[in-house]
Ligand binder design. Structure first.
Ligand code: NAD
Ligand code: UD1
Length: 332
């Protein structure tokens, strides 16, 4: 199978390319490096031990995409390309609506024209808003609280409408919970620019001494230790989920990709300290506006229909996240 991976140099995309190649699929990558580095392409080539078919360009650029589809006979597209920072999306909503929606619309148009109607789309657990019950099932009500989340919800709606108009499409929407970690050699990983917003990248920077102390946003939630609970999933498991989904594309389907387990902020801090033998100083601060107490997936559907089950533990996630950053530091 020849798989086009848009945003394939990014955090989840690069791990998915690696898993696709391990599963003996052909891969074509498109990325404009708006949130990734050219050196990651070189690292990825070294990791997979082969050259990679790569096109630098913007998925919003129709002429560019046309060229890719003319030159490559694509069977399936996995569409990761998009912007993902919640805070930035509140400050620059038009940028988010433009990039996330236009890239998807352009991609769908060009795919349809070339009769490639097999798509996997990166959605997010953010589309569940503040869930009333746990664990979260795929048929729960949807709502969003920020422009980033709204782009995901709008794209999901576009994909449902498209399928309704033409059922020869095969579309799988994957709703990720909280991806962390990286492949175990520490070649690929996540190293956000500036001060990280998400928990694991922040913990890592405190562990390396780049940041002084972690702020734990609230210890008065109705959870086991009062801190927020999330369903952290190892990015390698998440990437494997994409391979299974690509191999089983049929009709319109929606799956949660998580582990089904909820871990608190303090679970993460303590596990990170233990497996890496480092200290992560923290202080309790106010809740972060917009945060929910708990969020974890019901993973039954992905297990039954995709045979997908997350295998890696919280220990693996904490160890691997640190390996990557230590490697980056060594290389300067
Ligand atoms: P990332 O920013 O690391 O990767 C996205 C890649 O897409 C980057 O390499 C970027 O350069 C590229 N890109 C962006 N716009 C593009 C465009 N118009 N044309 C070509 N390339 C473009 O993000 P990620 O964490 O790998 O996330 C991948 C997808 O998964 C995104 O759609 C994101 O919204 C979604 N998602 C991510 C998370 C998460 O926690 N990381 C959670 C839920 C959903
Ligand atoms: C965030 C995004 C969500 C996205 C998800 C996965 C927001 C509001 N939501 O969710 O849209 O789908 O990432 O990428 O940004 N925490 C701290 N201190 C910190 C950072 C976080 O205590 O410095 C806590 C949070 O309160 C939360 C948990 O850690 O309880 C996880 O936070 P984070 O990693 O930002 O992910 P989400 O809030 O789940």
């Amino acid at each position: 199978m020849k798989v086009l991976v848009t945003g394939g140099i990014g955090y989840i995309g690069s791990h998915t390319v690696y898993e696709l190649i391990k599963a003996k699929h052909d891969v074509v990558i498109v990325d404009n490096f708006s949130n990734s580095k050219k050196e990651t392409l070189e690292k990825l080539k070294n990791l997979v031990g082969q050259d990679l078919s790569f096109y630098e360009g913007d998925v919003c650029d129709k002429a560019f995409l046309e060229k890719v589809f003319q030159e490559e006979k694509i069977d399936v597209v996995i569409h990761f390309a998009g912007f993902k920072a919640v805070g930035e999306s509140v400050e620059k909503p038009l940028l988010y609506y433009q990039n996330n929606l236009e890239s998807t619309l352009t991609l769908l148009e060009v795919m349809g024209k070339h009769n490639c109607k097999n798509l996997i789309f990166s959605s997010s657990a953010t589309v569940y808003g503040s869930p009333e019950h746990l664990p979260i099932k795929e048929d729960f009500p949807l709502s969003t609280t920020n422009p980033y989340g709204t782009t995901k919800l709008m794209i999901e709606k576009i994909l449902k409408d498209l399928y309704q108009s033409d059922s020869s499409w095969n579309i799988t929407i994957l709703r990720y919970f909280n991806p962390i970690g990286n492949e175990e050699s520490g070649t690929l990983g996540e190293d956000p620019k500036g001060i990280p917003n998400n928990l694991m990248p922040y913990i890592v920077r405190v562990a390396t001494g780049e940041l002084e102390i972690l702020s734990v946003f609230g210890d008065d939630y109705d959870t086991k230790d009062g801190t927020g609970v999330r369903d952290y999933i190892h990015v390698v498991d998440l990437a494997r989920g994409h391979v299974l989904a690509a191999e089983k594309l049929s009709g319109l389907s929606i799956y949660n990709l998580g582990t089904g387990h909820g871990y608190s902020v303090l679970d993460l801090v303590k596990t990170f300290e233990k497996v890496n033998n480092v200290k992560v100083p923290y202080k309790i601060t106010d809740r972060r506006p917009g945060d929910i107490a708990m969020c974890y997936a019901d993973v039954t559907k992905a297990k039954e229909e995709l045979s997908f089950e997350a295998e890696k533990t919280l220990e693996d996630m904490c160890r691997d996240s640190y390996t990557y950053i230590k490697n980056c530091k060594k290389q300067g």
